[in-house]
Ligand binder design. Structure first.
Ligand SMILES: [Fe+2]
Length: 396
C-alpha cells in the first residue's frame, strides 16, 4: 500500500500565541484581511485584543461577526463577494467550528467565483483558496488543520462538504486564552469529539505509523488534560487540550474516521442528535467491536489512556470502557443514549441508513438485508446486523 500523509498547516501554539496574529498575517503577505467571528466571540476581550493588534500593525481589517450555530451558505457566498469587491487578500477566523468553516468557505469561494454549492465534494475548484489563519475557540473539531469545510444550505437543509489540498488553512493559532470563556457543556462535547477523532484514526485500516504516533499522543494528552482544562482555570491543560485536538485531526484527516462517526451520522441527520453525543456514546462500544481484530492497538489505547492493560483482551476492553465512562462523566458528557433522543425502536432504521458512510458509499438497490456491509475504513468490517448490535449496547 502506498500511503500519503499531508499536513501543510503551520501551527503556532501556546499561551500568548494570539498576540502574534499580525506578524503571521504579514508573513503570508496579507494586509487587507476579513476577520470572521460570531457575536459571542466578538464580545470577548481576546477577540478585541486580536483586532487591535492587527490594526496597530497597519493592517486594513474588515469584520464579519454574524456566524451562527452552523456555517451557512448565504454567509459564505455573500462574504466571498464582499471580499472580491473590497479586494481583501486573506481570511482570519477567530471562533469555533462553524466560524472556521464559514471562513474556509469564503476563502475557497472568493478566488473561484462560483457559489460554494457548486464546488462541493473533493477538490472541485481550480484556484487556491485565499490565505487563511484560523484561531479556534473550542478544542474539538480540528477544522483549523483540515482541508474540508461543512456548510449548511438553509434553503434545502442539506449539509454541503467541500475542500481539497488547495484549501488547507495556512496557519492555526492555538492560544489557551480562547478557551477561558467557553461554557463547560460545549467544552466537554468538543473534547469528547476530539478524543474520538484520535481513537477512530487509530482503528482505521488506513492508519500508518505516522497517524498512529499522532493519534496515540493526542489520546494521551487529551485524557491527561481534559478534566483540568474543562473543570478548572489551568492554562497549561487548556493549551494541551487545544494541541491534542489539532493532533487528533491531523491523524484522522489522513487515516479517516471510522465506525463511531459512521454510525453517528444517521442519528444526527434523522434524529437531530448532537454530533458530540453521538460519537461519544458510540466510541467505547466501537472500541469493543474492533478490539478482537486489533489487539495491539487496543493495548496501545489502554496505555495512552493511562489504564493498566489486563492480561486478557476482554479485561483490557472493559478497563478502557470504564476509563472513558469515568472521564466523560467527570466532565459532564453523556455515556449512554436516552430513549427520548434515540428511540430504540428506530435502531434498525438507523443501521440501514448508516450504509453509505462518510466517504461516498452507495445505498444498495432494493431491500437492505442484515449482512449488508457498512461503508467505513475501520479495521473490522461491520454489517447492518453489527451496527444494530452496537446501537443496542448504547443504552446500558
Ligand atoms: Fe467528530
Amino acid at each position: 500500500m502506498i500511503a500519503n500523509f499531508f499536513m501543510p498547516t503551520r501551527l503556532v501554539h501556546g499561551p500568548g500565541a494570539l498576540g502574534r496574529i499580525a506578524d503571521l498575517a504579514r508573513g503570508l503577505g496579507v494586509t487587507r484581511p476579513l476577520v470572521v467571528s460570531d457575536p459571542a466571540i466578538a464580545a470577548t476581550a481576546f477577540y478585541q485584543a486580536a483586532l487591535a493588534t492587527l490594526r496597530a500593525a497597519g493592517l486594513d481589517v474588515a469584520t464579519f461577526e454574524g456566524c451562527g450555530i452552523d456555517a451557512r451558505l448565504s454567509h459564505v457566498d455573500s462574504e466571498a463577494e464582499r471580499v472580491r469587491t473590497e479586494g481583501r487578500d486573506g481570511v482570519i477566523a477567530i471562533g469555533g467550528g462553524s466560524v472556521i468553516c464559514t471562513a474556509k468557505g469564503i476563502a475557497i469561494v472568493a478566488p473561484n467565483g462560483r457559489s460554494f454549492a457548486d464546488m462541493t465534494g473533493v477538490a472541485n475548484f481550480r484556484n487556491k483558496a485565499l490565505p487563511m489563519i484560523m484561531a479556534p475557540t473550542t478544542a474539538g473539531s480540528g477544522s483549523e488543520v483540515s482541508q474540508f469545510t461543512l456548510v449548511k444550505d438553509e434553503a434545502t437543509h442539506r449539509k454541503l462538504v467541500g475542500g481539497g489540498p488547495l484549501s488547507f488553512p495556512d496557519v492555526a493559532i492555538l492560544d489557551p486564552v480562547t478557551l477561558a470563556t467557553l461554557p463547560q457543556r460545549a467544552a466537554a462535547g468538543s473534547a469528547v469529539d476530539a478524543l474520538t477523532h484520535a481513537v477512530e484514526a487509530l482503528f482505521s485500516s488506513l492508519a500508518t505509523p505516522l497517524t498512529d504516533a499522532l493519534a496515540l499522543e493526542a489520546i494521551r494528552l487529551q485524557a491527561a488534560s481534559m478534566r483540568r482544562s474543562i473543570l478548572s482555570d489551568d492554562e497549561k491543560a487548556r493549551a494541551d487540550n487545544l494541541l491534542a485536538s489539532s493532533m487528533a485531526n491531523m491523524a484522522c484527516g489522513n487515516a479517516r474516521l471510522g465506525l463511531a462517526h459512521t454510525l453517528s451520522l444517521p442519528l444526527e441527520a434523522i434524529l437531530d442528535l448532537p454530533h458530540t453525543i453521538g460519537v461519544g456514546v458510540l466510541i467505547p462500544r466501537v472500541v469493543a467491536f474492533n478490539a478482537p481484530v486489533a489487539p495491539e492497538k487496543t493495548r496501545a489505547l489502554a496505555r495512552a489512556l493511562g489504564v493498566t492493560a489486563a492480561d486478557d483482551l476482554r479485561g483490557t476492553v472493559e478497563a478502557i470502557r470504564d476509563a472513558l465512562f469515568r472521564l466523560f462523566e467527570d466532565v459532564g458528557a453523556p455515556i449512554r443514549f436516552a430513549d427520548t433522543e434515540v428511540p430504540q425502536a428506530r435502531i434498525g432504521e438507523m443501521a440501514a441508513a448508516a450504509i453509505p458512510g462518510l466517504y461516498g458509499g452507495a445505498m444498495p438497490d432494493g431491500e437492505v438485508h442484515d449482512g449488508q456491509v457498512i461503508h467505513q475504513p475501520g479495521v473490522r468490517r461491520a454489517s447492518v446486523r453489527d451496527a444494530r448490535a452496537i446501537y443496542a449496547q448504547c443504552y446500558g
